[in-house]
Design a protein around this ligand. Structure first.
Ligand SMILES: Cc1cc2nc3c(=O)[nH]c(=O)nc-3n(C[C@H](O)[C@H](O)[C@H](O)COP(=O)(O)OP(=O)(O)OC[C@H]3O[C@@H](n4cnc5c(N)ncnc54)[C@H](O)[C@@H]3O)c2cc1C
Length: 536
């Protein structure tokens, strides 16, 4: 079966250009960058990313990073909010550890030059849905991700132990006969006409982020195609909770424009949702109205759109002072202006879209995966922090904490240094296939539409099973080919991850957190208070 192929391309390790690192990090968002800084304390590091450093989910993060930074707030309160949002699936040890490390690591970011918004010299905090205390630190208003990333990138660039390679597409993790990870084969666009390259590493950290691009409607940038999850699967790692994809309730809905996120901090600070008749409808669906957890707001919007036969609803910020919006939410203010939406007069058209991948590569508290010498951190992982639903602004926090942990954990592993590690000879030859070629751009678009329709906010058995049938059909014609550019490999990865997600969603015959089955609307603790693990 082509989908069980170990590698996506032919490999002959002897004749492929090679680099060596004690620690290799794949991905340069908050998790990968933070891991690099930590690992570089003890060993040499190569960090690769498939586009430029500016193209990541981290760069796009708006609202902020959650932590207990206010004297009136407590760890217990942040822990309780996280666990209750996780609907019985959070790992309490992980939640405790991440939340208690938050303040120190955020203060460290401040010292490293992150320009958090301050009040009286202290980090200012605001409220978001699901949090019982204002604990969201933000930077330059709604540009928190970019400002944190810039500070981390400055720090990484200053470190002579770290080499950054941009425009390097990771194709597959390399493993030896004992199934230990020994590095990566990728495609370096810098090299003349682009070329395959092997990076041998004593320890490898996967930090490739999420998979929002599997859906037609998404807040995620083009790089979020789930490559790392597919690579880890092919290498034999355990994945878990793939059915849990979080949808963000409010993304700008303008036909033809990309789905830019309208941060929920606006709702935290008083913005309300209106339907096409100008009626505030969230109270019909949940007592916390606009501040209900994201999954509830997303489903309520979808249900209300169906009820009112509309393509979208509206966010109303007209009660806000216009200058305050321009200063506090500069990114959103400019975005709205660019579409001639005057936030002091006009309503903002919004609808939900795929936002955050909760499931992913299973890791333990030390960021170890089930494969020796392979670590993972950030959105690609399933650490147990979020359970079945993610509390807003907890993901930057998770990337920061687990980035540091992965950087620490990889080091004892790399003590021997890569120079002393015996590199295996890897030869892999894929038989030629005579099957017809499909246009991968077309498959990709159609796949995203199927995922949105059949594996979206509300799921049910028949469409889930149809989605798998359609994906398997495409796989027959796409997974048997050998591509020589990122577009083809991305399409293969997207087909792999989409199928696994649809399978997991079909298997979980209950509703919990972000996973809502209209044919099984109740939570079934007896049969499903457990993780769905997947391994090749
Ligand atoms: C619009 C938006 C707003 C958000 N707002 C918030 C918020 O306010 N607060 C919050 O906590 N979270 C927010 N999130 C979620 C949060 O930004 C992400 O979960 C987090 O930044 C993920 O960090 P990461 O380091 O794991 O991955 P990313 O930041 O996505 O980085 C992934 C890296 O992996 C690289 N990569 C991917 N595939 C490959 C490959 N094949 N080869 C080589 N490199 C590869 C990419 O190039 C990139 O460098 C938001 C997300 C979005 C999209």
């Amino acid at each position: 079966m082509p989908e069980f192929r170990r590698y996506l391309i032919n490999i002959d390790s002897i004749s492929t250009h090679q680099l060596f690192a004690d620690c290799l990090i794949i991905g340069a968002g908050i998790a990968g960058l933070r891991a690099a800084i930590e690992a570089a304390e003890h060993c040499n590091v190569i960090i690769v990313c498939k586009d430029t450093l500016e193209n990541s989910n981290t760069w796009k993060a708006q609202g902020g990073i959650a932590s207990v930074l206010d004297k009136a707030d407590t760890f217990e309160s942040h822990i309780t909010d996280t666990i209750s949002t996780g609907c019985g699936m959070s790992d309490e040890v992980v939640v405790n550890s991440v939340i208690r490390q938050g303040p120190e690591l955020i203060e460290q970011l401040l010292r490293w030059g992150t320009e958090f918004d301050l009040i009286d010299g202290r980090i200012a905090t605001t409220l978001e849905g699901g949090h019982s205390h204002p604990r969201i630190a933000h930077a330059h208003g709604d540009e928190t991700g970019r400002i944190i990333a810039e500070a981390l990138i400055r720090k990484v660039r200053q470190n002579s132990n770290i080499r950054i390679i941009e425009n390097f597409f990771g194709i597959d993790l390399l493993t030896n006969d004992n199934n230990e990870c020994v590095g990566l084969i990728g495609y370096d666009k810098h090299r003349p006409r682009g070329a395959d390259q092997i990076i041998w590493a004593a320890g490898t950290i996967l930090a490739t982020g999420g998979a929002g691009q599997l859906y037609r409607e998404t807040t995620n940038p083009e790089v979020a195609t789930g490559d790392g999850i597919a690579m880890a699967y092919r290498a034999g790692a355990i994945l878990q909770d793939l059915e849990f994809m979080q949808f963000h309730p409010t993304t700008l809905y303008i036909a033809g424009a990309s789905r830019a996120l309208i941060t929920e901090t606006l709702r935290g600070e008083g913005a309300v949702l209106l339907d096409s008749q100008g009626r505030r409808f969230m109270k019909d669906y949940h007592e916390s109205a606009e501040l209900a957890p994201r999954d509830i707001v997303s489903r309520a919007i979808l249900a209300h759109m169906l009820k009112t036969n509309s393509t979208h609803v509206f966010l109303d910020v007209r009660s806000f002072d216009k200058e305050h919006v321009a200063k506090r939410f500069p990114h959103i203010f400019e975005l709205c202006e660019s579409f001639d939406i005057d936030v002091s007069r006009d309503l903002i058209p919004v609808r939900p879209s795929a936002h955050y991948m909760i499931g992913g590569v299973k890791t333990d508290a030390s960021a170890r995966t089930s494969i020796e010498n392979l670590y993972a951190c950030g959105e690609i992982t399933s650490t147990g922090l979020h359970g079945a639903n993610r509390l807003g602004s907890n993901s930057l926090l998770e990337g920061l904490v687990f980035g540091k942990t992965a950087g620490q954990s990889v080091c004892p592993q790399t003590k021997a240094s890569v120079a002393h590690i015996k590199h295996p000879l890897i030869k892999y030859q894929i038989p030629h296939s005579d099957r017809s070629r499909l246009d991968t751009a077309d498959v990709r678009n159609s796949l995203r539409a199927v995922m949105w329709r059949n594996v979206g906010i509300t799921r049910t058995a028949q469409p889930l099973s149809e989605a798998q049938e359609i994906i398997r059909f495409w796989q027959r014609y796409v997974m048997d080919k050998v591509f020589d550019s990122p577009e083809g490999w991305e399409c293969q990865n997207m087909l792999t991850v989409s199928l696994l997600m649809a399978q997991a969603a079909e298997q979980r015959q209950e509703s919990r957190g972000v996973h809502f089955r209209s044919d099984f609307p109740d939570t079934d603790d007896e049969n499903f208070k457990k993780h769905i693990e997947i391994q090749k």
